[in-house]
Design a protein around this ligand. Structure first.
Ligand code: BGC
Length: 681
């Protein structure tokens, strides 16, 4: 007997394969080996003693790379792929077969406590970056777990809440990134979420797990439950769930066997699921052949390089005769704010990594200050006790005495985390008061922000001449920030989320976090910039925004229509005096569409590195599949024929060149019914 032949296993063995042996591993059945799964996504959280999925018990040291909120800001698929590879190497060294990431849920509302684990408000960008992460990881023989499938966009009531999403936003916004990653990177596993989708738990949702994921998208890996997400294992198995985690001590295995034997569960379902899963695992390199070790120093250096590419220069005004940034080494500096000494670099909950080491921004700044005096002052506490006058006065004195002040502001770990949502997006009032007082004595003030969720930055922008947004940068963020402050690295990252002027302007403001365990996705397709653009709402910083210490021009936009989409080419030139990296963005609009559409949508981007004065012709394919909308009458993707507008842009609100191109539409023949209009389009 070969235990890999599904038909040769008993119902009991088949059921046993479909549930955890303990918290982090699957059962060995015959010669089919046990697998170890571990969080993810921005580092390996390998627990060897007590286990939990809340990020509480200890784990082995591992490199803490920038969480997705930071990593996404690089907009750099190649860099994200390198992180995936490094995570694969660490997983192997720590004997982990499947790393539980990436998280590709869309940031629907800035208050969602888990936004730091997700990439963006945009499904295209999310899908492109996560595809690269999965390919990088799986290239090392370690499996990914694409999560949380699907429409898990709030932490509040997450174990019960039903996300009520209409078909078009579901397909075009919430499932789109999952679809791209499944089809382009073939993740070994997909993790279903805790919530219900349109009334049915995702773990029991046959439409989601079987019809869409397997039958439409061709997924042939394992569907694993989020930890504790299974309400009814038999219903879940029938719907398409393969692996329930963590262990239930065999209770649900017995239920599955009884249902299969009573004929209430089709045993063919059991066989098919397991055979799909095992084939994928082995195809990816096979479990159990761990590498001896990874080099923490090499990975720390990579984490620093990556983190520096994740820092967004939001603002950089001229004070006296020159922009405040980059800093000039050799001039005195006051480093102010608690986070300069105790960095905030990752989020709380299941993804919490035990870092191999942590760079402290103050130390890293001192190391690059070229002997200049660098003073420091905490300025405020982060325990919620409000303004401490002595700390504030000390900080103001230090700021006034130095040539420049660098003020680290942000949210403390207890203010945002997996497990709860925020109810506002403000920085603590004492931090704003401190900043205003510092700027009064020190016009050359730089703000550095650390946070997992979007912040209301209007009061910061109103007074600070320069702002760097570090979001969460991982364990090497301190060094990366020093590199950017001193211009060793020219900032090139871009916002992956709009910064709204106020929470009241946000798309889901009135529908978040829902009530009575239901969340109406009332804004439909109009999430993130799609909303602000459609409603013409002013924002503090638009999606895709990010400055540089140099400048770039865009010329000669050319568009060509081809069978596989639109080819867009534009020449990007570095018009400044420093080498720099530009993220050229391509937004597509369909004027006069027969369906409701956002005014523009990101459909491609390219990253170019240019020496001063150099140009590069950038060409991207705006894939035909990405031009389609989900037609609810035909229940499929449809490319509408006609004129499309393509905008080459430095941000969603900094359009540098626009052109139009004709696209041939898909044939769309709708079934004729008594309600059909006499002329259909
Ligand atoms: C989280 C998952 C995580 C799992 C295992 C759950 O609470 O939602 O993202 O992978 O725990 O720790």
């Amino acid at each position: 007997m070969t235990t890999h032949d599904p038909d040769s296993l008993s119902h009991a063995e088949q059921a046993a394969l479909g549930s955890g042996a303990d918290f982090w591993s699957t059962k060995q059945v015959g010669t089919i080996p046990s697998l170890t799964l571990t969080d993810g996504p921005h580092g390996v959280r390998r627990q060897v003693g007590a286990d939990d999925h809340l990020g509480i018990a200890a784990s082995e040291p591992a490199t803490c790379f920038p969480p997705a909120v930071g990593l996404g800001q690089s907009w750099d698929a190649e860099l994200v792929g390198k992180v995936g590879q490094a995570l694969g190497a660490e997983s192997r060294a720590l004997d982990v077969d499947i790393l539980l990431g990436p998280g590709v849920n869309i940031k629907r509302d800035p208050r969602c406590g888990r936004n730091f684990e997700y990439y963006s408000e945009d499904p295209h960008l999310t899908g492109v970056l996560a595809t690269s992460w999965v390919s990088g990881l799986q290239g090392t023989g370690v499996g990914a777990s694409l999560k949380h499938f699907a429409a898990n966009n709030t932490e509040h009531d997450r174990m019960r809440s039903s996300s009520e999403v209409a078909p078009r936003p579901l397909r075009e916004i919430y499932l789109r990134a999952f679809q791209r990653v499944v089809q382009q990177a073939q993740p070994w596993t997909v993790m279903c979420s805790y919530n219900r989708l349109n009334g049915t738990y995702t773990s029991q949702n046959h439409w989601l797990l079987t019809q869409v994921l397997r039958d439409e998208w061709g997924f042939d890996g394992v569907v694993v439950s989020d930890w504790g997400a299974v309400q009814d294992r038999v219903a879940a198995v029938a719907a398409g769930l393969d692996l329930e985690m963590p262990s239930t001590g065999g209770t649900t295995d017995t239920q599955v066997v009884e249902a299969a034997e009573a004929g209430t569960l089709d045993s063919a379902v059991l066989t098919r699921r397991r055979s799909d899963g095992r084939a994928r695992r082995e195809g990816g390199g096979g479990p159990g052949d761990a590498d001896p070790a990874f080099d923490p120093e090499t990975h720390h250096a990579l984490a620093r390089e990556v983190a520096a590419h994740c820092v967004v220069l939001l603002k950089n005004d001229v004070v006296d005769t020159a922009p405040v940034l980059p800093l000039t080494a050799g001039r005195s500096l006051a480093v102010i704010g608690n986070f300069g000494q105790t960095p905030r670099y990752q989020g709380g909950g299941s993804s919490h990594v035990n870092p191999t080491r942590v760079d402290v921004p103050l130390d890293e700044i001192r190391a690059l200050a070229d002997g200049a005096e660098v003073t420091s002052a905490a300025g405020f506490t982060t325990d919620g006790t409000g303004t401490d006058a002595a700390l504030r006065d000390e900080a103001i004195r230090a700021a006034g005495a130095a040539d420049t002040a660098v003020v680290f502001l942000g949210l403390a770990a207890h203010q945002e985390s997996e497990g709860f949502d925020r109810d506002h997006i403000e920085l603590p009032a004492e931090q704003i008061e401190l900043l205003e007082a510092v700027v009064r004595v020190q016009p050359r003030t730089v703000v550095v922000l650390s946070h997992g969720g979007v912040l209301c930055l209007a009061p910061v922008v109103a007074c600070a001449p320069a702002i760097l947004d570090g979001a969460l940068l991982g364990q090497a963020g301190g060094g990366a920030l020093a590199d950017v402050l001193y211009g060793r690295v020219n900032p090139s990252a871009r916002l992956t989320e709009t910064v709204p002027v106020r929470i009241h302007d946000t798309p889901a403001y009135l529908d978040f976090p829902g009530e009575h365990s239901h969340v109406q996705y009332g804004e439909g397709l109009f999430v993130g910039y799609r909303w602000y653009d459609a409603r013409d709402i002013p924002v503090t910083f638009p999606f895709g925004h990010g400055l540089s210490y140099t400048s770039f021009s865009y010329d000669g936009l050319e568009l060509r229509s081809a069978a596989d989409g639109i080819t867009a080419s534009v020449t990007v030139t570095n018009t400044g005096e420093r080498a720099g990296r530009e993220v050229a963005q391509f937004y597509v609009a369909k004027p006069g569409s027969s369906v409701a559409r956002p005014p523009q949508e990101l459909k491609g981007h390219a990253v170019v590195t240019l020496a001063p004065g150099d140009s590069e012709r950038v060409t991207v394919l705006l894939d035909r599949q990405d031009l389609a909308y989900w037609d609810i009458r035909a229940d499929r993707w449809v490319v509408e024929g006609g004129t499309y507008e393509v905008r080459a842009a430095a941000s969603s609100r900094d359009i540098r060149a626009t052109g139009t191109v004709e696209v041939t539409g898909d044939d769309l023949v709708l079934p004729l019914t008594l309600d059909s209009p006499s002329a259909r389009r």
